[in-house]
Each structure stands twice: as C-alpha cells, then as structure tokens.
Design a protein around this ligand. Structure first.
Ligand SMILES: [Zn+2]
Length: 429
C-alpha cells in the first residue's frame, strides 16, 4: 500500500510537473511575444524609423535579446551595418483647412516624398478639364506657381493626379503645396526622394468643401543618411552544423511624421520579430537543440525598399548556398482566415510539408500559396537561388501602414499555432 501510494505520488508529481512545464512554456511564449510587440511598438521606439534614431534603438533591443539567449555571432558581433537614406519629417507638422486643425495620421498624411514649407494661403482647385488635358495642365502650372492646389479624387483619377505631379516635377513649376482629397484609407510609406513642396493626402470625410483657405507648417530634412543594422545570430546545429535553416523578420517601420505622430507597426512587423525571438528562445534552450544550424536575422530598411535583405544577400555573413531553407515572417498578428506562403508555388516539396502538418494538426483554417513576389525580405534570397517562403497571416484587423497598427488592438490570434507549425516544419526538413 505504502509503496503503491508512494509510486502514485511520483506519477502524479511527474505528471503535474509536466503539466506545469507545458503550461509555463506555453504561457511564456505568448507572454514573451506580447512583451516584444509592446516594446517595439512603444513610443520610445519612435516607429522604428529614422527620426530620433528609432530604428537604431530597435536594433539595439533585438541585439540585447539575442545576447540574453546566448546566440552566437558570425563576425564577432550581432550587427551588420550599412547606410540608409530617407526623407524625414522630424519637427513641426501643422495643417489647418478652412481654419480647422487637422489631426496628423488620422485626418491626413504628408506624402512620404514631400518637402516642407510654411504658408497661409488661399487655394486653387484644379478643374477636371485642365487635369485631363496635357497642354492646358502645363499652362495652368506656369500661370499659377504661387498657389496651393486642391485636387479632389472624386473628379480626377489617381492616374491623372500622378501625371499632374510628374508634370510639376518635369517643368519645375513648383506650387506652394498640394492638397489631395481622397476617400481611400490613409496609407503611409518611406521615400528616398523629396519634392520642394508638400503634398497632403486628406480624408474626404473630415472636410467641409469647398476648401477656401489653407495654413500649414511642415519641417522637412530632405533626404538624409543614417547608419542602420541588420541583427544576426545563430544556434549551432548538432547533426548538420554546416547546413542552415534561417528565420528572418524586418524590425524597421515607418518612423515618425512630425514630432508627435509615430507609426507603431505592431503587426508590421513587431509581430514577426516577436515570432523570431520566440524561435530564438526555443532553439537556444538545451532541450530543443536543433539538427540544423538555426540562423536568426532581423532586417533593417525593409519599408524603404528591402534594403537590409538586399545588403545581406550582397554581403552574406556565410555562403548562401548553405541555406537548407529560409522562412521570412512579416505581418503575423492575425490569422482568422489562415496563413499565406509566398513562394509556395516555387517550392512545392516544402509547401507540402507545411500543408501536411497543418492538415494533421489543424493549426490554421487554411494555408494558401502564391508565386514569388517582391513584397518582403525573401525576395532577394529567392533571386539568389535560396529556397524560401514568406509567410503572413490572413484576416483580422485592417490597420496597415497607418497610426492604427497598434499593439493593444493586435489579436495575435494564431501566434502560438504558427509557432508550432514552424518548429514542426523545421523538424521535418
Ligand atoms: Zn512589413
């Protein structure tokens, strides 16, 4: 009796410990992911761009996390540095239309490739008949240099609008500014060029038309240069140390539009970095020593035009042909409608592995595949002949490249399921 009770107790304790262990591990995953997303999306990271060294601060944070988990370095350090040039708005950003103060990021954006300026002026609406006639457009520009033009996309197509801006550039008949009225959601960007005047994209819904008067003050640096860094580390494989499985995620985002407005980039791509760091945590744990050498790469400059991954493929820290497979992760914060694998069409063998795991375990409602695309950091690896996927979640929130991509509204719906899918995928390579 005693003996049996004793062994029952042992069994129970062991089971309890296993249960506790599993739950701690699970809880740690999502809790740690939340902490990473919150940290990277916080105001102290300044939108991880080029105002107030946001991207640099983010890189430093990722480097510290790599070090905490004891990742090895390729070249004596985690950082691979290079220069990035971008157009910036670090200071005053003010826009009043018909004497009403507009809210930056919510009511309007300054187009990324804009310049600055200060003006208090009457406006001039571009008539449709002029917008649609090349000759009339040129005459109009010549005659009305010192004006703020108002262009309503209700009556002038986006294509003609772009042509109008192009004509301004080519003829160098620069106006004081341009107000573009649109119904379409505001979506910001990073530019590497700067016009000598600002273009405002204003939400139709916040305006009382017609626009008669406009006042703005925009501080702009023009194109400036900053040193930026890819962050790179690895865990050595036990069975195939010379063959690599690589996980990548860009950590940069759009930064700030003026001194008070930052773009948090919770989904894009604090979520992907959170997955990257969870994988770092997992594979650096002695209980999960990997067969392949696991490489972790957090890229700079993705939003500027895939600059970090381009630099890395041109200056690799190890021969790219050693890569068994690479998974780029960008936008992993939702998943209600499944998961997309860009390059799933190019690499059917690996896609079938991913798909069969999902069919067996039902982690996501569905997996989808796409052919190759220049839409994130896997692109230059694909072009260099590296087998890879780019995965992103489908469904959920619509915030994208705007001030609403915030940590508190990011659901991380399928985060843990994707984590399991990825680690099982690596196990079957
Ligand atoms: Zn992104």
């Amino acid at each position: 009796m005693v003996k049996q009770r004793y062994s029952m107790k042992v069994i129970f304790t062991t089971a309890l410990m296993m249960f506790v262990h599993i739950n701690i591990h699970k809880a740690q995953n999502i809790k740690y992911a939340r902490r990473v997303v919150d940290t990277l999306s916080s105001s102290g990271m300044h939108g991880r761009g080029y105002v107030l060294e946001g991207a640099k601060i983010a890189a430093g944070y990722i480097g510290v996390e790599f070090q905490k988990f004891g990742l090895k370095t390729f070249d004596g350090g985690y950082f691979q540095s290079f220069d990035i040039e971008t157009n910036r708005f670090p200071g005053q950003v003010l826009l009043k239309i018909n004497k009403v103060l507009m809210r930056p990021g919510v009511d309007y954006l300054i187009e990324a490739g804009s310049g600055g300026g200060t003006v208090h002026y009457k406006t001039l609406t571009l008539p449709r008949v002029i917008a649609e006639d090349d000759r009339k457009m040129q005459d109009f520009l010549e005659a009305n240099r010192n004006n703020v033009f108002v262009i309503n996309l209700d009556s002038i197509s986006e294509e003609r609008f772009q042509y109008f801006i192009k004509t301004i550039r080519l003829t160098e008949n620069y106006p004081m500014g341009v107000i573009k009225i649109q119904k379409k959601k505001l979506t910001w960007d990073v530019a590497q060029t700067a016009l000598p005047f600002p273009i405002f994209e204003v939400m139709d819904s916040v305006l009382t038309l017609p626009i008669k008067e406009v006042e703005f003050e925009i501080e702009n640096t023009g194109v400036a240069r900053t040193e930026s860094s890819n962050v790179c580390g690895f865990v050595k494989g036990t069975r195939y140390p010379d063959s690599m499985v690589v996980f990548t995620a860009h950590y940069d985002h759009l930064g700030m539009m003026g001194k008070d407005t930052y773009f948090p980039g919770a989904n894009d791509n604090a979520s992907g970095v959170a997955m990257l760091l969870n994988l770092v945590q997992y594979y650096s744990d002695l209980r999960h020593r990997p067969d392949y050498t696991m490489v972790f790469l957090a890229f700079a400059g993705e939003e500027v035009g895939l600059l970090g991954s381009k630099y890395f493929t041109e200056n690799p820290l190890f021969p790219l042909k050693k890569i068994r497979f690479l998974v780029n992760m960008d936008l992993l914060g939702t998943g209600e409608d499944g998961l997309m694998a860009v390059n799933g069409v190019e690499f059917p063998k690996e896609y079938n592995i991913l798909d069969s795991i999902n069919n067996e375990k039902h982690y996501l409602v569905r997996l989808q595949k796409r052919p190759k695309a220049a839409n994130s950091d896997q692109y230059f690896f694909t072009e260099a002949g590296v087998k890879c996927f780019f995965i992103y979640t489908l469904g959920g929130i619509a915030a994208y490249h705007d001030v609403f991509d915030r940590p508190e509204t990011l659901p991380l719906t399928k985060f843990e399921d994707i984590f399991r899918l990825l680690t099982e995928f690596v196990g079957k390579l």
